[in-house]
Design a protein around this ligand. Structure first.
Ligand code: S3P
Length: 191
């Protein structure tokens, strides 16, 4: 069954899941891939917000991080139990072993890697991320990168995002990897 409409840049054979730190560009690149492949794109954070009718910060504040993580795992499971799509996940989703197992079994997982300076330049002016509401958010971000990198390194595919790459240039690199991985196959010409 085809999972991409005609005129797309390829046919999606399995869901593609973008993982990586806050500010890596998972949502922006997910949208670009979705437009190129003409498939649905989901964002686990956005789904959680819609179902809880609360912002991420409110969920953390009222119910705590473990509650959020539980919801995150359920939302991801639901989104993967559907036709192939592009799924952008929150930065911590990949850290739970159960999530990793589920994602590796059902999807093509790609880590958008970015260094501290790039991530900081993107997140520093945004205040909606509860984990960065600390006295020294840049140090917190550096600590999160350090502690999470061994887990992110378990991802089968990676693109190291560069500061001078546009969304389109980054999406080009990701598309190349998805073709190599077989998650996207070239679209046959219409007959
Ligand atoms: C988090 C990242 C956020 C969101 C929550 C926790 C994390 O998503 O899920 O604030 O643990 O890194 P983004 O990566 O989309 O910012």
């Amino acid at each position: 069954m085809p999972h991409s409409k005609p005129n797309s840049q390829g046919r999606l054979t399995q869901s593609v899941v973008l993982i990586g730190m806050m500010g890596a560009g998972k949502t922006a690149i997910g949208r670009a891939l979705s437009a190129r492949l003409r498939v649905e794109m989901h964002d686990s954070d956005a789904e959680i917000v819609t179902s809880a009718k609360l912002s991420i910060a409110e969920i953390f504040d009222r119910y705590g991080e473990p509650f959020f993580r539980d919801k995150e795992g359920r939302v991801i499971a639901r989104l993967l139990d559907a036709p192939p799509c592009i799924l952008s996940t929150g930065g911590g989703a990949w850290l739970a072993e159960d999530n990793r197992k589920m994602l590796l079994e059902t999807a093509c997982v790609l880590w958008l890697e970015a260094d501290l300076d790039l991530l900081w330049s993107r997140v520093r002016h945004k205040s909606h991320r509860p984990l960065l509401q600390t006295e020294d958010p840049k140090a917190t971000l550096a600590h999160l990168i350090e502690t999470r990198t061994p887990a992110y390194e378990l991802a089968p595919w990676k693109v190291a995002v560069q500061p001078d790459w546009s969304i389109d240039a980054t999406a080009d690199r990701v598309m190349d990897i998805l073709l190599t991985a077989g998650a996207v196959t070239p679209q046959e010409a219409a007959t």
